[in-house]
Design a binder for this molecule. Sequence first.
Ligand code: MD5
Ligand code: FE
Length: 204
Amino acid sequence: AEVAPGAVHVPGWLTADEQRRLLDACREWARSPAGMRQTRLPGGGVMSVRTVCLGWHWVPYRYQRTADDGAPVKPFPAWLADLGRRAVATAYGHDGGYRPDIALVNFYDAEARMGQHQDKDERSLAPVVSLSIGDTCVFRFGNTRDRGRPWSDVQLESGDLFVFGGESRLAYHGVPKTLPGTAPPFLGLRGRLNLTLRESGLSP
Ligand code: MD5
Ligand code: FE
């Protein structure tokens, strides 16, 4: 369903097998070195979400080659780029030559939230592909002007695909809450994982 221009929600896009395989991959990526960490903000705060990066390592508010522990960022696998192209083709009817080279894997425990923000640290305005696994969340899709209203709250469930491109690429958005205990039992996951695939626009 097209929620706004360029913003397409495809509920239940990932099969149970694909969700299990992505979860296994995330568990591997989460391991040190260059593993999952809570991002420190310049103002002294710490994000409640835990994040591991592939391809390029995100620190507020830019991308770098090394993780917080000084280790090289984990590679962005070719199979994940293929999945990203299939996702864009599903949402838009064609993949537009999509070549993602960054993945941010966010883990939300029962208390984690993400405040309203824009994703503007990429030099490319190619779409962001979002894949959800585990607990359902409330996703707040806002406007391009500021953090305030109007917004619409959408529930994202395990297996859902969301593609943010075109006019929606720079919309404010966040995750005001998750719904603990709603993950499908076959996953054996407490919490929520979200993978976002992006094009950096940086040289390889
Ligand atoms: C999440 N992650 O559920 C979300 C999904 C992040 C982040 O926000 O920055 O890691 S990505 C949602 C997104 C990306 C780009 C544009 C828009 C939404 N949007 O225009 O609403 O953990
Ligand atoms: Fe974001």
